[in-house]
Design a protein around this ligand. Structure first.
Ligand code: DQA
Length: 149
């Protein structure tokens, strides 16, 4: 069976392309979804690409990934810096997580230097724009290829 990766985009990322383009670029969420789908196809992965502005909905999606998804790529947006509930849900899912940010959060305001997710993630990629998502997918592709059948 083709391994499934859940790609989660959190609050305000529906506005990509028009929201602070100097920080987040001009690509829209649909562009990002298409480029992730192309990468996943090339890597032999199935992806579910989602975005929500509702924390509870996100937590339900993370719970549902348990036993069903081989990896989670998450851009938790502003919840990165605030949400213990999302961190706990990710831990409970027992699915390996890669945290991605379009911007380099460490070059920005001090409150963005704190992440509740990083210490439970396999890895963190930030500042590389949408390429970070494709790098995260490539990592999962490699990791799964190396796993014994
Ligand atoms: C972001 C960085 C966060 O600090 C911010 O709240 C976002 C986007 C990024 O992708 O760079 O919404 O996660």
């Amino acid at each position: 069976m083709t391994p499934r990766i859940l790609v989660l985009n959190d609050p305000n990322l529906n506005l990509l392309g028009t929201r602070e383009p100097e920080q987040y670029g001009r690509e829209t969420l649909a562009d990002l979804a298409n480029s992730c789908a192309d990468s996943a196809r090339a890597l032999g992965l199935d992806i579910e690409f989602r975005q929500t502005n509702h924390e509870g909905e996100l937590i339900d999606w993370i719970h549902a990934a348990r036993g069903r998804c081989a990896g989670i790529v998450i851009n938790p947006g502003a919840w990165t810096h605030t949400s213990v509930a999302i961190r706990d849900a990710l831990v409970a899912s027992e699915v390996p997580v890669i945290e991605v940010h379009l911007s380099n959060v460490h070059k920005r305001e001090p409150f963005r230097h704190i992440s509740f997710v990083s210490s439970i993630a396999v890895g963190v990629i930030c500042g590389l724009g949408s390429h970070g998502y494709r790098m995260a997918l490539a990592h999962f592709g490699q990791m799964l290829a190396e796993q014994p059948a």
